[in-house]
Design a protein around this ligand. Structure first.
Ligand code: SF4
Length: 329
């Protein structure tokens, strides 16, 4: 069964606790029981539990961290300072950047951060593979002589001027793309540079790029892509009751950034039992209320569940006239 994230909500709908489980079906009840035994007040404060399945434990961890940052739930005090989780940091403020494993990301100003990762072992493995593949330096300060890493051909040795800052910067940029999960995108550029290096008889550079290309396969770990394209995508789904006398409709928003799930916003809306609005009217009011005043507009939007042609004017006004494509099914 898939891993995922669960959210405890209060009667007012506020998130009071966010947790993750490796397997929602098998483990979530044990997990919840342990939490509740440790602090029964979570249960007393909660009126509902919501589940968001993910495609991997790492994705669950990222989503959990993102939701905790978003909601600041009162029972997640332990996770609020991110102490337990490792990140990878590219020290872009340095002329020859390094890739470090860090546990207190907020202290790393001027660094590009990736993570959190599920454990130090996973993060360290990825760090070593990327550093070796792109021959990034390990030393804290550049000495005047090269160390063993240069002789093992896993560092391009800026310490002795074997590579200049521009060339090293290209390798750092490629490493960043790999850490962002876009390793395959840089393959054509690496191949082209390898060929041109060989033509210019820069055989060492060409061999380095050949090794980097070989390393790309091993570095292909990435999150499950749930939506195409870059930037933020909002996926909205409407659950309309068969029996309108239940007085509630639900609209959920899934926020996806660069193909990764970053958060959820469920909304329960009250409807009139005597004169219930149809689904189109529910959509119209919801979109107008949230996107018309306040919510940041996404790069693309998907609507699921009972979307009729009557919605076209407001979709045009809010999104399409601003160049935001809307897809519905
Ligand atoms: S080869 Fe030079 S730049 Fe690379 S890790 Fe060793 S000392 Fe640092």
């Amino acid at each position: 069964m898939a891993p995922g994230v669960y959210l405890f909500r209060s009667r007012k709908g506020e998130v009071v606790y966010v947790g993750k489980a490796r397997s929602l079906r098998r483990r979530v009840l044990d997990h919840l029981r342990a939490k509740i035994e440790k602090d029964g007040s979570i249960l007393a404060q909660s009126a509902s539990v919501e589940f968001v399945p993910t495609s991997s434990e790492r994705e669950a961890l990222i989503l959990e961290a993102s939701l905790i940052k978003q909601y600041q739930p009162p029972y997640n005090a332990l996770l609020k300072d991110d102490r337990s989780y490792p990140y990878l940091a590219v020290t872009l403020s340095e002329t020859f950047p390094r890739l470090l494993l860090v546990r207190r990301p907020r202290k790393r100003t001027g660094a590009l951060l990736f993570g959190p990762y599920t454990g130090a072992r996973e993060a360290r493995h990825l760090q070593q593979m990327v550093v070796d593949t792109f021959r990034l330096r390990r030393c804290v300060r550049l000495p005047k002589t090269a160390c063993l890493y240069y002789h093992l051909k896993v560092c391009s040795a800026p310490c002795i001027g074997a590579i200049d800052a521009a060339q090293y910067g290209k390798d750092v940029a490629a490493a960043v793309r790999v850490l962002q999960g876009h390793g395959e995108e840089i393959r054509p550029a690496l191949e082209a540079e390898m060929r041109s290096s060989a033509e210019r008889q820069e055989f060492e550079r060409a061999a380095h790029l050949r090794d980097a290309l070989a390393g790309l396969d091993a570095l292909s770990e990435r999150q499950h892509v749930v939506g195409p394209g870059r930037g933020r995508v909002d996926v909205l789904a409407l659950a309309y009751p068969r029996d309108p006398s239940t007085l509630r409709v639900a609209i959920g928003r899934l926020r996806v950034e660069d193909g990764e799930v970053r958060g959820t916003d469920p909304h329960l809306l009250s409807i009139s039992a005597t004169d219930p609005p149809d689904p189109t009217e529910v959509w119209r009011q919801f979109l107008g209320q949230f996107y018309g005043s306040g919510w940041e507009l996404p790069a693309r939007i998907y609507l699921a569940g009972a979307v009729s042609e009557g919605l076209a004017p407001i979709l045009d006004e809010l999104f399409e006239s601003r160049g935001i494509p809307v897809q519905s099914r």
